[in-house]
Design a protein around this ligand. Structure first.
Ligand code: SF4
Ligand code: SF4
Ligand code: SF4
Length: 331
């Protein structure tokens, strides 16, 4: 290993909670194996390297870049483009980079709506002149200060740059990270566009007992019932996203008796995770289709609290909806 040329690894952040940075550290002592094979040359959360250092690198000088977070502002987009230019393999790392993730729920509003909420309406805000972040400010001494431009929309990484492969989950598990890094380190580069996760649905790796003819008469929230730990959550009326979600996480939430929220994203077949799940819910209500009244539909709909946050919690920017229309505009 000592004679072998070490790879150059970068970890870049977009609009992120940094959980994905911590996920890399969660591989624990295996990190030593990674560091034996690769030098981390850029990772703002972990080491003191400046943007200008990476901007000064040769094109394709970095072997692999894990980019986590969505693209929410001009700085995120700039760094996505820099990392694309400087990296041989660019990986969308985590649900936010792959599908928009939790940050993608910002697409229910736009810049104006978010600024108004944050800088005006929140109870703790004291901002009578409604001062909002500006992209440029010149202080009394004439120094020009700049801030990134906040976009109306949240974008996925591949909305802005070409992506080589995807590691979803929120955040990726140590197993997934090691599978991907081991493959890359040993030269087994995943095919272009590969998603490092199973092609099957989460239900296929879930060992709970499932009914063959699933029917429910109402939807429960997890705190409303005592959840049977052996039985499928959907059979118990709980909204589990398993049927529309890729397997690969080891059903970690299900094992903790928590319904899946879909952070591994849709399977290839499901494509639109939320739409797929809504379809399924419509078919499992114990009402004959010909007897289904408008009142029944409203009754079902009312039971689903926060439908967008339930069905598109991680994938709104990547879904067919992409965003909620604001005032007749969807820009
Ligand atoms: S995928 Fe999850 S852990 Fe990673 S940045 Fe997004 S919210 Fe954070
Ligand atoms: S719906 Fe959820 S609980 Fe039921 S089998 Fe699928 S993953 Fe398991
Ligand atoms: S069970 Fe669902 S929400 Fe939990 S980690 Fe797996 S894919 Fe994500």
């Amino acid at each position: 290993m000592a004679d072998k040329k070490k790879l150059k690894l970068a970890i870049c952040r977009g609009a992120t909670c940094s959980g994905c940075d911590i996920a890399v550290l969660d591989i624990h002592e295996k990190l030593l194996d990674v560091l034996e094979a690769a030098d981390i040359v850029f990772a703002p959360t972990l080491i003191d390297v400046k943007y200008k250092d990476v901007e000064a690198m040769e094109d394709n000088e970095i072997d692999v870049c894990l980019y986590h977070g969505a693209v929410r502002d001009s700085e995120n987009e700039h760094m996505a483009k820099v990392m694309r230019q400087k990296s041989k393999i660019l990986v969308a790392f985590g649900a936010c980079a792959c599908f928009g993730g939790i940050f993608g729920l910002g697409n229910v509003s736009n810049k104006e709506g978010i600024f108004e909420e944050v800088y005006k309406k929140t109870a703790s805000t004291d901002n009578p002149e409604y001062v909002t972040p500006q992209t440029k400010h010149v202080d009394k001494e004439g120094h020009e200060l700049t801030l990134p431009r906040f976009y109306d929309d949240v974008f996925t990484l591949d909305d802005k740059v070409d992506v080589d492969c995807y590691i979803p989950l929120c955040p990726p598990t140590p197993d997934q990270i090691m599978t991907a890094l081991t493959a890359i380190i040993s030269g087994n580069i995943p095919p272009k566009g590969a998603v490092i996760a199973s092609e099957k649905t989460l239900c296929s790796e879930c060992d709970r007992t499932k009914s063959t003819d699933r029917k429910i008469d109402r939807i429960y929230r997890p705190h409303e019932i005592e959840i049977d730990q052996e039985k499928c959550m959907l059979d118990q009326g709980l909204l589990c996203m398993g049927p529309a979600t890729r397997a690969g996480c080891g059903t970690i939430c299900i094992k903790a008796n928590v319904p899946c929220r879909g952070c591994n994203g849709p399977t290839k077949e499901a494509f639109d995770q939320g739409g797929n799940m809504l379809n399924l819910i419509a078919t499992i209500f114990d009402i004959e289709e010909e007897n289904l009244t408008e009142e029944d539909i409203m009754k079902i709909a009312k039971q689903i609290k926060d439908p967008l946050g339930t069905f598109y919690r991680f994938t709104l920017p990547k879904s067919m909806l992409r965003r909620v229309r604001i005032g007749g505009s969807s820009k």
